[in-house]
Design a protein around this ligand. Structure first.
Ligand SMILES: [Zn+2]
Length: 285
């Protein structure tokens, strides 16, 4: 089983994590035999298209020196094909063709949960605690600063006003920093609130940058939450908090565990579904 490329491999400390759902459609890998060197292609990824079952399918061809065989990967951003510098296009497309039913099935499974990359420009919106904030980016500033003003997020970056790439890059870094700064107090406060309410010794709370799980809990009573959770509405965050706190009593996902979650968070089933159905939105950055 292989995770989509943008998901990091995870170490599960106590077997008690919330993973974002692996869509039934998770990526897989098909490997073909190595082809003789006949042609050299540029190393930059190339966008290509192939007809499968009479339907055009776009893919990104990524060539790497020393790559063995051809790898197909399908995730929320589409199909990526990895090959060596010299594998002929004909051999690559033969392999895709041979796996066409698998490719079409995986693309179909992913199509309803496509990850749209975040735009880092004035007017673009980002989700914070379930509310849409409109970005207002001010380039050429003397220092980097992020400030929320009602439904706007004012972002000052030092990048020169004509360098859109540098502006986007610096704006993203500044906004991620801002999310992390908001995340710890919010998550710690909700954790202490529910711990107290349910007579639990408060655990230690840490932040993670996990992209594929919202929280984790270990037997040392340490709970980690992904700062990305701050994109979700407060009720969804509370569900994750209750989920992780319930692991302090049950380090598993047994019926006893879910009964504990329900006791702390009576709407958990609806909230869990909502979180599962929206996780791709929370992975835009
Ligand atoms: Zn869990």
């Amino acid at each position: 089983m292989k995770w989509p490329g943008f998901l990091q491999p995870l170490v599960d400390l106590a077997g008690s994590d919330i993973r974002q759902p692996r869509p039934a459609a998770r990526s897989g890998t098909a490997t073909g035999s190595r082809s003789p060197a006949t042609r050299v292609e540029p190393v930059e990824p190339i966008e290509r298209s192939i007809a499968l079952d009479g339907r055009p399918v776009d893919y990104l061809l990524v060539r790497r020196r020393g790559r063995r065989g051809v790898g197909l990967k399908i995730d929320g951003s589409g199909m990526t094909v990895a090959a060596s510098l010299t594998t002929p296009i004909s051999a690559i497309e033969d392999l895709i063709g041979k796996n066409s039913s698998w490719v079409l099935k995986k693309l179909g499974e992913w199509s309803h949960r496509k990850i749209t990359p975040q735009r880092w420009e004035t007017g673009a919106t980002i989700s914070f605690l379930g509310e849409a904030l409109t970005l207002m980016i001010d380039a050429g500033a003397s220092k980097t600063k992020v400030e929320q003003a009602q439904s706007h997020l004012l972002v000052q970056v030092k990048a020169p006003i004509h360098n859109a790439d540098a502006i986007a890059h610096q704006a993203e870094a500044a906004v991620v920093g801002w999310y992390k700064k908001q995340a710890l107090p919010h998550l710690a406060q909700r954790t202490f609130f529910y711990a107290k309410l349910h007579q639990l010794t408060p655990p230690r709370v840490f932040l993670s940058s996990a992209n594929s799980r919202w929280g984790s809990c270990n037997s040392r009573r340490e709970i980690r939450f992904s700062w990305r959770l701050m994109k979700a509405r407060p009720a969804l965050i509370d569900y994750v908090v209750c989920h992780e706190l319930s692991h302090l009593r049950h380090m598993n996902h047994s019926a006893h565990f879910w009964a504990e979650v329900e006791r702390m968070c009576p709407d958990y089933a609806l909230l869990k579904t909502e979180l599962d159905q929206n996780d791709h939105r929370f992975r835009a950055f």
